[in-house]
Design a protein around this ligand. Structure first.
Ligand code: CTP
Ligand SMILES: C[C@](O)(CO)[C@H](O)COP(=O)(O)O
Length: 249
């Protein structure tokens, strides 16, 4: 059995709290639904657990009920951090599930083919993450923003989701993180702390996470290319650095 956890309980702070960004429509379909349908199109996936903010659970359930072709799903209450939302989802997944994938609901461009690759990687390596090689130069800085180091780019990759795990390992990683009060920015980092090696699978630069306002434009442009039509519903007010509704061309 393969279960996918989709954390969707964020607040969109870097999107200026305009709305929970997973509800923003891209080509007229909410970001969350793009993500859910991608996993539903993957034959190896059995079911989905979506973590939604407590106040948005009913809305998410209504949204999911209105869309055809979604694999069996359940909505759980999210937490104050991404990691806590995923912990809540883990708590409702039965022990019969062998492989668990975690995917940011805010990454709507994930392709079913990549999901299948990640499931195969989890079965082979026990812990795997989708990632792309770093394209830019990275600097470490001190508290005054003076450069202290330029790490070698060759060995640096940018993590994406899905990340895929043997279910028992992911559960153990979450138990240890909770015991130690460790808060990671991805799930692989929790597994790494167990001393387990995480295999990276090369993903795609188009698997963007909707994080800041311009990501909406990038994601919708990539979708238009993929689906071949145009239906821009949202724009970005760069002066104010916020998302605004309207027909933007
Ligand atoms: N408490 C949280 C925080 C985040 N997420 C989810 O985790 C994914 C990646 O998180 P991020 O991009 O950080 O989303 P937000 O928390 O909404 O963004 P921000 O950090 O700007 O507030 C998103 O699908 C988001 O909904 C979640 O389920 N629960
Ligand atoms: C898991 C992740 O998407 C990998 O890039 C990312 O770390 C999530 O971080 P965020 O701060 O919640 O956006």
């Amino acid at each position: 059995m393969v279960t996918v956890i989709l954390p969707a309980a964020g607040q969109g702070k870097r999107m200026n709290h305009v709305t929970n960004k997973v509800f923003i429509p891209l080509l007229n379909r909410p970001v969350l639904i793009h993500s859910v349908l991608a996993f539903s199109a993957c034959p190896e996936v059995d079911n989905l657990v979506i973590a939604a903010a407590r106040s948005e659970i009913a809305f998410v359930e209504k949204m999911l009920s209105g869309v055809a072709g979604i694999k069996p799903w359940k909505v759980v209450a999210g937490g104050s951090e991404r990691q806590y939302s995923i912990a809540n989802a883990l708590a409702v997944i039965p022990d019969t599930v062998e492989v668990i994938l975690v995917h940011d609901a805010a990454r709507p461009l994930i392709k079913p083919r990549m999901i299948s690759q990640m499931i195969a990687a989890a079965r082979e390596f026990k812990a795997a993450g989708l990632a792309v090689p770093l394209k830019d130069t990275v600097k470490k800085v001190d508290e005054d923003c003076f450069v202290t180091e330029t790490p070698a780019r060759r060995s640096m990759w940018i993590m994406q989701t899905p990340q895929a795990f043997d279910a028992a390992i992911l559960r153990q990683a979450y138990i240890h993180a909770a015991q130690d009060g460790f808060l990671g920015t991805d799930d692989a980092s929790l597994v790494e702390r167990l001393g387990i090696r995480v295999k990276l699978v090369e993903g795609s630069y188009s698997n963007v996470k909707i994080t800041t306002p311009e990501d909406i434009i990038i994601a919708e442009a990539l979708m238009k290319k993929r689906y071949g039509y145009e239906m821009l519903r949202f724009g970005v007010d760069y002066e104010e650095n916020r998302v605004v509704e309207g027909n933007f061309k």
